[in-house]
Design a protein around this ligand. Structure first.
Ligand code: CA
Length: 502
């Protein structure tokens, strides 16, 4: 079977994307001959598009042509004018509530049950910090805990310091300070930390421990300024850690229903294939998880903004739809204050990968949410109160979305990429799914699953989606590790702080 040269998504699309780079003068379909060389993933006009004419992919208008485009011509990011975003005030909700979601191949997994809330995918000692000042001392202590204590507690997977830039030198009473404070409050209760609270602070910082927990006592909270010098501080951290490790070491995995599992979806370094291979496969896996009772979060406000009316149609109630609109408006305003809009989102890599603008990126990004009904919308770093598919409003920045979803309680993240990123979270494994076969060949030991075969007709979305579902269950159950987890690649936690720094 000859491999396809192009991918056209909907019959009404007047553009297709090139599966591989195509030379000028190639007849890609009856009567369509490329006018110039087309880079991989870039768009080819399937008909003549006059200046001002709509450029249509995914059945939606990506933009309007800034000049006449010939049939067979290359369409890049310099050739489109962005339409205005959809109005969020009068969105229709509840008109696309799908009931016949795909059946998951299994309905249980092996996790660490918690006294309340979701179960853990890993058994970690999490150490929360209230201020950046303590990081250096804490990191020395964490190294020693790993070397000297962890070998004695073989049922504990690792020690995870929650280091971050928040906590002091910030306008702690500003209205939006509630976002980072909520993130740190909720991460104290992360399911992978097994209910063992351990906070290390300095003493004089603005973010006092009682602002993130009501368990302020010497069993859970340690302030460096209360200890005599460096050695005593490190020893105090190790002593507290050991009492926690002893209890965590008693935990064992149990067979649990999927309703005890909560995961997140994110994409980054996207290209034009993300929306036709990796993200729809993730959406298919998400539909199976949700059908089995699991909770799946998807996020990234600027990447859903142009398709928000499509999400509203999947919201189960007016209340959910209204919260979706509120979160979109909040973000529109947040961007306006910086004198930008959602068009500031796409990166040079996105554009090189064929994504001309934020609408094209958004239509691909939304695909990772699958087709399930949306049962709840969360503000940044809120914890869910319902099970099922949830939109968790966060920035799209990989490094900010990750910690925000972590604060909402995800115990595993699925990350789709076109251009490639080694990003990972220490507190929850991150499964990497790439959009192109070339990407997997470039990074064979960083990409867990390749959705590339879908582009060349060698696999279906259902097949890769099922492979991904099974891998998620294996990683969640501790039977497999992700590549990033195996290599111990961890990124700094950047919690979203929309409030001023002083
Ligand atoms: Ca992202």
């Amino acid at each position: 079977m000859a491999e396809p040269l192009y991918i056209r998504i909907k019959a009404e699309d007047n553009v297709a994307i090139a599966v591989h780079a195509i030379a000028a003068g190639t007849e890609i379909m009856d009567g369509v001959v490329t006018r110039e060389d087309i880079p991989q993933g870039h768009k080819i006009a399937l008909e003549a598009i006059p200046e001002g004419g709509a450029i249509i992919r995914y059945g939606v208008t990506l933009g309007y042509a800034l000049r006449d485009i010939e049939k067979g011509g290359w369409i890049n990011e310099h050739m489109l004018r962005l339409p205005t975003p959809p109005d969020v005030d009068h969105m229709q909700y509840g008109i696309h509530i799908r009931k016949d979601l795909p059946t998951p191949p299994v309905t249980t997994w092996e996790g660490y049950r918690n006294a309340e809330g979701y179960a853990g995918t890993r058994n970690f000692l999490g150490i929360i910090t209230t201020v950046q000042c303590v990081e250096g001392v804490l990191n020395v202590a964490v190294d020693r805990i790993r070397r000297e204590l962890l070998p004695k507690y073989p049922h504990v997977d690792d020690v995870v310091p929650i280091n971050h830039a928040y906590g002091c030198g910030v306008a702690i009473n500003a209205p939006e300070a509630k976002v980072p404070i909520r993130a740190l409050t909720n991460i104290c209760k992360h399911p992978n930390f097994g209910g063992e609270l351990m906070i290390v602070g300095l003493g004089c910082e603005k973010l006092q421990p009682n602002m993130i927990t009501d368990q302020v006592d010497p069993e859970h909270v340690l302030m460096l300024q209360d200890h005599k010098g460096f050695e005593a501080s490190v020893q105090a951290i190790m002593d507290m850690a050991e009492t926690k490790l002893r209890r965590l070491n008693e935990r064992r995995r149990e067979t649990l229903p999927l309703s005890d599992l909560i995961i997140g979806m994110q994409c980054g370094g996207s290209d034009a294939f993300s929306g036709v291979t990796a993200n729809p496969s993730a959406g298919y896996a998400s539909d199976m998880l949700v059908n089995g009772g699991a909770t799946v979060l998807f996020s990234e406000v600027t990447e859903v903004r142009d398709g928000v009316h499509l999400l509203a149609e999947r919201c189960v109630s007016k209340e959910v739809c209204d919260k979706l609109a509120t979160e979109m408006k909040w973000y529109d305003h947040y961007l306006e204050q910086g004198e930008v809009d959602r068009s500031a989102n796409p990166t040079p890599g996105n554009k090189k990968g064929g994504l001309s603008n934020i609408i094209e990126k958004a239509m691909g990004s939304i695909a990772k949410s699958g087709t399930a009904p949306i049962v709840e919308v969360l503000s940044p770093a809120e914890r869910p109160s319902r099970k099922g598919l949830i939109f968790a409003a966060t920035p799209a920045s990989d490094i900010v979305c990750g910690p925000s979803q972590l604060a909402s309680g995800i115990t595993l993240q699925v990350f789709m990429t076109g251009r490639g990123t080694p990003y990972n979270l220490a507190a929850a494994p991150v499964v990497k799914v790439c959009s192109r076969t070339d990407m997997k060949e470039q990074w064979p030991d960083l990409i867990d699953i390749s959705a590339g075969p879908i582009a060349t007709g060698h696999a279906t979305i259902e097949e890769i989606g099922t492979e991904l579902f099974n891998f998620i269950i294996d990683v969640a159950s501790g039977r497999k590790q992700t590549f990033a987890e195996h290599h111990r690649i961890y990124n700094y936690l950047c919690f979203f702080n929309p409030a001023p720094i002083t």
